[in-house]
Design a protein around this ligand. Structure first.
Ligand SMILES: [Zn+2]
Length: 114
């Protein structure tokens, strides 16, 4: 898994691209409700399909047309979808895609239980 020629972490669409060296924050928690749009953009850049438009299923308070997924009732579910996609398609041994304890989204080392 360790290679020395990996380019720095940028968004590309190639499977198995990341290594442990790429671990870290990809979307800062300071983006707040807008974090989800960035997470979706990253997952989509790696080949994930457009998340289902929840507004057609049920009433949603978010205006998906102008503000993306910010404030969407289902943002959490869509984020899980993104996490699953990234963990399945951009697997890094001993690491996971998702939120850190601080709420930042990225590629993090799985800590062994103490
Ligand atoms: Zn929605």
């Amino acid at each position: 898994m360790k290679t020395t020629n990996q380019p720095q972490a940028t968004i590309v669409s190639a499977d198995g691209w990341y290594t442990a060296r790429d671990a870290g924050c990809y979307v800062d928690a300071s983006r707040g409700i807008y974090t989800i749009d960035r997470i979706i953009a990253i997952a989509r850049s790696h080949g994930m399909g457009e998340p289902a438009d929840c507004s057609e299923i049920e009433h949603c308070p978010a205006d998906h047309t102008s503000s993306g997924w910010a404030g969407c009732e289902f943002a959490g579910e869509v984020e899980d979808e993104c996490d699953d996609y990234m963990n399945e398609h951009q697997t890094v041994d001993g690491h996971y895609w998702g939120r850190s304890e601080q709420g930042d989204w990225g590629l993090w080392e799985i800590e062994a239980d103490a």
